[in-house]
Design a binder for this molecule. Sequence first.
Ligand code: ZN
Ligand code: ZN
Length: 202
Amino acid sequence: MYDVLTTSFRLSCPQHGETSVRLSRFRRLEELPGPHHPAVYRIVFECGCGDEHPGLVAQDDLDLAPLGLEDDRTFLNLMTSRTDSLGLELTELAAQRIKAGEWPWSFYCWPEDRPRPVFPSAFRLLADGARGGHVGVAVLCPVCGRISVNLVSREHVDLPFHNDREIGVVAHVFAEDASATIEAFNAELYSASFDARRLTLD
Ligand SMILES: [Zn+2]
Ligand SMILES: [Zn+2]
């Protein structure tokens, strides 16, 4: 489902069959109701064919696979001439960085006026190409439960541990319900009401 070497998800396109999709090409994420272990997200992504398609992604694939936790492939370690587990290697790297105080993803919570660590399953809406190639992302704060809209680079979304130093934040408190948020999201993305905020988690 997720390929750590290309940092993209394998999803299906009715025209091309399987296609490779980076997280920044996701457009909407919504948790499926009901008891799923792990949770399952209904997503919509913008495909290379020009259309948007739906897909289903498990929470583990969204949040853990980009860190290497789901990867059972092996590689030849040229230092030791042994075959090592790619997933294990990446997981150890990720664990070291998290222990050192780095978090794979972060965002700026506007209602709380502070940066917060986050996982991609908290992303709700994404829009590519806003303001000179930036990505607008609506994030459901895991702590206060409210939505903030940040303007970030594609790498900030697609690459774990790539956190932009400074991002744009929409100075707007978004409604709880999804359809009102989508409307406000689209309106605010193209308005002038962005504030710059620093993403330093300590
Ligand atoms: Zn397609
Ligand atoms: Zn918050």
